[in-house]
Design a binder for this molecule. Structure first.
Ligand code: URA
Length: 241
C-alpha cells in the first residue's frame, strides 16, 4: 500500500505538490470514488486511479538518457573509478543500471533504467539493435575503407563484422558508423582493422532513440513516454502494420 499522492507522482501525473493540489480539488477518483486526501493509502497493484477521467497506471520502472562524459565508467559501482551512477543524485540512483557499456573515454547516449526486460531487448545479440557513433579518426577514412567498414572487417573474431552503415561527417577526420552488434571495443577494433585509429567516439543513437542535443555532457533527463515506446519497438511495429 502507498499514499495516493505518491502513486500519482510515480505514475507521471505531476510533481508531488501538483498531484496533492489535484487531489484536494476533487479531480482524483480511486476505484470510482472521489478522494480528497493525498495521504489516503491505496494498493498500487490493484487500484484504478483517474485524474479528470484519465486513468494513471502505477509505474515502477524509470528510464533516463544520459549524455555520458569522458572519464566515467559504465558500471553501477567501481572501487577506483567514478561511475555513470555517480552522476545521479542518491534519491534517483536506486536500482538503476546502464544499458550496456561505453568505454571510459567514449561520450554520448547511454540509457539507464531499472527495467531488465528493456535492457535485455536492447542488448540481445539476436535483436541487432542499431547503434550510431560519430567517430573521430587519426587520419581521414578513404572511400575504399568506408566500403570495407560497410561490408564487414576482420576484428579477430570468428566472423567478420556484420554489414554496417558508414558515411562521412562534416569534418575531414570524422565519420558516422552505425553497427547492429556490440562486440567489446567494436568501433575501435573496426577502425584498427583498416589501419586507422579512434581519437574521439560519441554514441548518437540506440535503436530509434537519438541523443537529445540539448543535454550537456554529464547531464541526464527522463525519457518521454514516446521514447520509451520507441525503445520497445512499438513505433516500428505500427509502421510495419
Ligand atoms: N565501440 C568502442 O570501441 N567503444 C565504445 O565505447 C563503444 C563502441
Amino acid at each position: 500500500m502507498i499514499r495516493l499522492d505518491k502513486y500519482l507522482a510515480d505514475a507521471g501525473a505531476g510533481t508531488r505538490t501538483q498531484v496533492k493540489e489535484l487531489i484536494r480539488k476533487g479531480c482524483v477518483s480511486v476505484d470510482g470514488k472521489m478522494i480528497r486526501r493525498p495521504e489516503e493509502k491505496v494498493n498500487e497493484q490493484t487500484v484504478r486511479v483517474t485524474v479528470n477521467g484519465t486513468e494513471y497506471q502505477y509505474r515502477t520502472y524509470r528510464y533516463f538518457m544520459l549524455n555520458k562524459p569522458a572519464g566515467v565508467v559504465s558500471a553501477t559501482e567501481d572501487k577506483r573509478e567514478k561511475t555513470v551512477l555517480d552522476l545521479f543524485p542518491e534519491e534517483i540512483r536506486k536500482d538503476l543500471f546502464p544499458v550496456g557499456r561505453l568505454d571510459k573515454d567514449t561520450v554520448g547516449l547511454l540509457i539507464l533504467t531499472n527495467d531488465g526486460v528493456l535492457a535485455h531487448n536492447l542488448l540481445s545479440p539476436k535483436k541487432h539493435v542499431s547503434k550510431t557513433y560519430l567517430v573521430g579518426t587519426g587520419r581521414p577514412v578513404s572511400e575504399e575503407e568506408l566500403r570495407q567498414l560497410r561490408s564487414g572487417v576482420d576484428i579477430g573474431e570468428k566472423k567478420r563484422t556484420l554489414p554496417a552503415e558508414a558515411w562521412y561527417a562534416k569534418e575531414k577526420n570524422q565519420i558516422y558508423l552505425s553497427i547492429r552488434e556490440g562486440k567489446f571495443h567494436q568501433i575501435k577494433r573496426m577502425l584498427a582493422a583498416v589501419d586507422n585509429e579512434v581519437f574521439y567516439l560519441k554514441r548518437i543513437t540506440m535503436g530509434l532513440l537519438t541523443l537529445d542535443e540539448n543535454l550537456a555532457e554529464g547531464s541526464f533527463r527522463e525519457l518521454t513516454e514516446e521514447e520509451i515506446d520507441m525503445l520497445y519497438g512499438i513505433e516500428v511495429e505500427k509502421e510495419m502494420k
